[in-house]
Ligand binder design. Structure first.
Ligand code: SAH
Length: 461
């Protein structure tokens, strides 16, 4: 039963999601997330983690193809949701109170009299330390540690601690090291950059202060910079780097956990997230929509997949004006031989509304193919111009991020749990690099694999 049904007051949990490995979540956070009516989550929160919970999900990060939330807007949205009597989980990367703006968010909750509590998370520094075997303190080597930020460059601080850990150093590693050298630390001091800490694609770059300063500037993201002689304890062959990385597609991730490998779970079922009956019905009266608006390439890709699957082609869209936002959506559309009537380079919600207003798209019937999470701001904005807006789910939220985020360079093996996983995987990623071993759960999955990917025989477990 949800909070709304019981007439309870809303309540907000500000939760730390940990640094990346989805299993680095506290037991308390897990319980609360299961009960949450709505989950507002940030950029660095792993999707694998968010996907486990059934509450409504609102992405508040800064990814392209998505409504861009400013901090004030997030604060307002959290309060708005809580006022509807909901249990709100505000999920943030790492720990909310370590460079997480958790303090600002509770100020807003205090101001508005909304009840809340904070559930800590494992901060990136602790995750990186454990998954690289670099102790943050060590007897006789380091007896103090400081967490600092490398952003903005103008206010980099160098505290007097044996171990320094810098957050937010994507493009400022050199600036931080210059500041550390200027403070008098020896050029021989050890330095490590830990990128994607605790994730399957974690990478560690090491050297001395002088060596790093001579290297070309590089962008590392997300990454931590650790400085101090405790780094001498680092070995490249550490527990995390030694383990095989297995991409588990579909199935219950927990069933496959093992001490032998690191599991990267890819919930393949997601493409089937669309309600096909609803999609088919929308195609039946597709001519009643005078405008089709595609906000990203996935909306285009899955809309056309279903259009073709139902035996139709682009001529069925001839009556509608077709609009896209972002270059990727327009490029994807052109692959189907369609040039948009209206094309907006940016993806900002405000820009679309301005554009539609300028082109007098004001009392139209707009179909908005997209994910299961439609952008309420956009829908409201278009409606305020006098339009009728129908969001249509053609893919489930999460597909695009996963599609972009699986880095096959780090994957040693792929496991398919079922034939549908093989098909979905092939739609999303195409080929599998030869280097990667493939295993299948059973004979039918193996058969499907041979059919979809050609002759090579997978291993059947
Ligand atoms: N509240 C977060 C920090 C948010 S600031 C925490 O406690 O960890 C964002 C910065 O955190 C990034 O720029 C990066 O420096 C660091 N960070 C977060 N996740 C990381 C990861 N998996 N690997 C390396 N650095 C990470």
């Amino acid at each position: 039963m949800t909070a709304t049904e019981t007439g309870k007051k809303g309540y907000v949990y500000i939760i730390g999601a940990g640094p990346g490995d989805p299993e680095l979540l506290t037991v308390k956070a897990q319980r609360v997330l299961h009960d949450a009516d709505v989950i507002l989550y940030d950029d660095l929160v792993s999707l694998e983690l968010v996907e486990q919970f059934s509450g409504q999900k609102i992405y508040t990060g800064k990814r392209k193809d998505s409504h861009h939330f400013e901090q004030e807007e997030i604060n307002r949205e959290v309060v708005r949701q809580a006022r509807q009597g909901k249990i709100v989980a505000r999920l943030k990367g790492g720990d909310p109170f370590v460079f997480g703006r958790g303090g600002e968010e509770i100020d807003e909750l205090r101001k508005n009299g909304v009840g809340y509590e904070i559930i800590p998370g494992i901060t990136a520094a602790h995750g990186a330390s454990a998954y690289t075997e670099i102790p943050l303190t060590m007897r006789k080597v380091s007896s103090s540690v400081a967490f600092c930020t490398g952003h903005p460059v103008s206010s980099i601080q160098v505290p007097d601690a044996d171990t320094l850990v810098y957050y937010m150093v994507a493009s400022t590693v050199h600036d931080v090291l210059d500041a550390v050298a200027a403070k008098g630390r020896s050029g021989e001091t050890k330095v490590a950059v830990v990128q994607n800490a605790t994730r399957y694609n974690q990478q560690v770059f090491t050297g001395t202060l002088d060596e790093f300063r001579k290297r070309e500037r590089a962008v590392y993201s997300p990454a931590l910079l650790i400085i101090g002689d405790n780094i001498a304890h680092f070995i490249a062959d550490n527990w995390h780097s030694k383990k095989k990385k297995v991409l588990i597609t579909g199935g219950e991730a927990k069933r496959y956990s093992s001490t032998d490998y690191i599991m990267v779970h890819f919930p393949c079922r997601q493409i089937e997230g669309a309600d096909l009956d609803l999609v088919r019905r929308s195609f039946d009266d597709i001519r009643s929509y005078s405008v089709l608006l595609f906000q990203n390439k996935f909306a285009v890709k899955y809309f056309f997949k279903y259009l073709f699957d139902t035996g139709r082609d682009v001529r069925h869209l001839a009556h509608s004006r077709i609009c896209t936002t972002g270059k990727a959506a327009a490029a994807e559309l052109q692959q189907y031989g369609v040039i948009p009537d209206l094309m907006l380079d940016s993806e900002g919600c405000g820009d679309i509304i301005t554009l539609f207003s300028k082109h007098a798209i004001t009392s139209e019937s707009i179909l908005l193919p997209g994910s299961n999470l439609h952008d309420e701001y956009l829908v409201g904005g278009l409606q305020s111009l006098g339009n009728r807006v129908t969001p249509l789910c053609v893919y489930k939220h999460g597909v695009q991020e996963l599609e972009q985020s699986v880095d096959f360079a780090f994957i040693d093996e792929i496991f398919f749990a079922s034939p549908s996983c093989v098909r979905n995987f092939s739609t999303m990623f195409g080929a599998i690099p030869e280097r990667i071993t493939v295993t299948c759960a059973d004979q039918p999955t193996g058969e499907e694999y041979r059919k979809v990917f050609g002759s090579t025989s997978p291993i059947i477990t």
